[in-house]
Design a binder for this molecule. Structure first.
Ligand SMILES: Cc1cc2nc3c(=O)[nH]c(=O)nc-3n(C[C@H](O)[C@H](O)[C@H](O)COP(=O)(O)OP(=O)(O)OC[C@H]3O[C@@H](n4cnc5c(N)ncnc54)[C@H](O)[C@@H]3O)c2cc1C
Length: 441
């Protein structure tokens, strides 16, 4: 039985990170009838890592990596560019501490893999171990979320600094934050440059097809195939690495919800504006309130990045009115923090989708006899979905890897009722979270 893919990605050509890079020629689209041992759909961190792992483990196998768009224009190239090494945990009981340690093991493994590939292939993506400030605007959230995070870090024996308002002003140039926890292990980068570099350094036995949206899949039986507008591939095994688009393939429909995020990059700050910032030459801030708060960066070329907005988006589309409102809100939020800098101008504004689950666990595993899927990044996909891609390949190869158990330490994504019940439940929950965190914007 074949399945039609009912919702396709649509690139709006707005990604600010790729606008900063030289143009890249996409690989040819899939044409005609072909056959591969493996097909991986989705060329983000997950799909690229899966394809590379398959090639390493089966040097004789043929592998097709198929993407609807161009590499770097997906969520993997549109994010805020934080490769985060440490998880968050709701508590510090011995069981939770052990679960956290196992999640750290997975994260460090994936970060090590990225770091190795960047060096090996000379990927120029501003990869820099700047660490991250996890910041609260209000005393209430500092007392709740930051103190809890400090307790997590103590229980894992991870180093950190607790910084109050004035220390943050000295380093970052804004006194907007009540307090922050600085941890040193996060890498910052241009994510579009990173994902392009990863795709363009894949081994020869991986054939990348871009601008090749999969329109139909046949999972079962002897005639397993994926079909695009101009071609089709018969495959031995299939890995779906399409994150927010998994439900369009009939996979994880009742496990994950799509979330729309917005981001902006300003023009480079003038030398006078740079002089009014703090002592850190570039930095990254993540919000202690993950739904209502804003992510910020000072990039290496002295632009400010802001990521704000967290919306349930079942249509995987957004209109111009909403975009303009989100862009205006981001400029206001920048001015609130950096009023002393005077005029700030947004040069690039874009949006992107990711997937979250109710219990923050990944959607990961075998979904049909010859089909595997890794999805639902829950917002930290640079590291987590690099791991997910490597590990789903190992699972599909039948290769034992104890990191799979560590990756699934919180289980897999739990059940979410179907639409329209899902719409009501998720919208109510999100409205409540946003109202509760309004002061953390
Ligand atoms: C604005 C924003 C900020 C973020 N900030 C961060 C951050 O700072 N740090 C972090 O770790 N994470 C961040 N994330 C999340 C992170 O980007 C994702 O978790 C990660 O990119 C997921 O990778 P992926 O490979 O699973 O999916 P994706 O990058 O979404 O790739 C899926 C691919 O599947 C393809 N696809 C879908 N349907 C089809 C089809 N029918 N046929 C062919 N191909 C198809 C798409 O074209 C796409 O290329 C952010 C996300 C956004 C949107």
């Amino acid at each position: 039985m074949s399945r039609r893919v009912h919702r396709l990605p649509a690139d709006d050509l707005s990604n600010g990170w790729s606008a900063l890079l030289p143009s890249r020629t996409a690989r040819p689209a899939l044409e005609g009838a072909q056959a591969f041992d493996w097909v991986v759909v989705g060329a983000g961190y997950a799909g690229i890592a899966a394809a590379r792992r398959l090639a390493e483990q089966q040097p004789g196998a043929s592998i097709a990596l198929v993407d609807a768009g161009e590499v770097g224009e997906n969520a993997s190239g549109r994010n805020s560019g934080f490769a985060i090494d440490l998880p968050h945990s709701p508590g510090t009981s011995p069981a939770l501490t052990e679960q956290g340690r196992r999640a750290i093991r997975v994260g460090r493994f994936a970060l090590g893999e990225l770091d190795h590939l960047i060096r090996q292939h000379g990927i120029a993506c501003d990869w820099d171990r700047r660490g991250r400030y996890h910041a609260a605007v209000t005393t209430k959230i500092a007392d709740q979320a930051l103190k809890n995070y400090a307790a997590n870090l103590d229980s894992w024996g991870e180093p950190y600094e607790w910084l109050e308002r004035q220390a943050l002003k000295d380093r970052l140039g804004t006194d907007y934050y009540r307090a922050a926890i600085y941890t040193p292990g996060t890498y910052l980068m241009n994510p579009a440059a990173l994902v392009r570099g990863l795709a363009d350094s894949l081994p020869e036995q991986v054939t990348l097809f871009e601008n090749s949206a999969v329109l139909e899949v046949e999972f079962e039986g002897a005639s397993r195939l994926v079909r695009t507008q101009q071609g089709r591939i018969r495959f031995g095994k299939l890995i779906l690495a399409v994150n927010a688009f998994s439900p369009s393939f009939g996979v994880y429909r009742d496990r994950q919800v799509p979330i729309l995020l917005f981001a902006s990059l300003t023009k480079p700050l003038s030398p006078a504006q740079q002089g009014r910032l703090g002592s850190d030459t570039s930095w990254g801030i993540t919000p202690a309130h993950s739904v209502a708060g804003s992510t910020l960066r000072l990039t290496s070329d002295k632009r400010l990045l802001i990521r704000h907005g967290f919306e349930y988006s079942p249509s995987l589309r957004s209109g111009e009115v909403r975009r303009q409102a989100a862009k205006a809100a981001q400029l206001q939020l920048l001015k609130r923090r950096f009023g002393e800098l005077g005029e700030l101008e947004i040069e690039h504004f874009w949006m992107g989708w990711l997937a979250v689950s109710r219990n923050h666990a990944p959607a990961f595993g075998q979904v049909a006899q010859h089909v595997y899927a890794a999805s639902c990044c829950n917002g930290s996909g640079i590291v987590r979905h690099t791991a997910a891609g490597l590990l789903i390949a190992d699972l599909a190869l039948g290769r034992h890897n104890s990191l799979i158990d560590d990756f699934l330490v919180h289980g897999t994504a739990s059940y979410i009722p179907p639409r329209p019940l899902q719409d009501i439940g998720v919208r109510l929950q999100m409205r409540w979270e946003l109202a509760r965190g309004r002061a953390e914007e």
